[in-house]
Design a protein around this ligand. Structure first.
Ligand SMILES: [Zn+2]
Length: 116
């Protein structure tokens, strides 16, 4: 009688181990999924931050000019020239995207047209 009881306990223990193994596998899957999500969100965040910086500079220039009593007309174009020099398009064809180190004829003609 006691022996059977012991076997029952062993089998029960085995079932517990199997259950825990299953839970562990599920947890590993969750961790893998969360790691992947984290990676995606990190990249997206980086990308959005970059876009936000470009937009900030674009939005800041008219405000700054307005705040000053003596409006510097060349300021907005200087800002765009700076953004261009930092490696971003300022032309309306590719505005805000990275130039990837290459010069852009649209940007250059836009900047020279507005720079007198
Ligand atoms: Zn461009």
């Amino acid at each position: 009688m006691k022996e059977k009881n012991f076997l029952d306990r062993v089998m029960e223990f085995e079932q517990h181990l199997q259950y825990m193994q299953e839970q562990f596998t599920l947890m590993i899957h969750d961790v893998a999924k969360m790691t992947e999500e984290n990676h995606t969100l990190r990249l997206e965040n980086e990308h959005l931050r970059e876009r936000l910086n470009v937009l900030d500079e674009k939005l800041e220039s008219p405000t700054k000019v307005k705040e000053r009593a003596t409006a510097d007309v060349g300021e907005g174009v200087d800002n765009l020239a700076r953004i261009y020099n930092e490696g971003y398009h300022v032309c309306n064809v590719h505005y805000g995207s990275s130039r990837k180190g290459e010069d852009c004829l649209f940007c250059l003609s836009f900047l020279s047209k507005h720079h007198s």
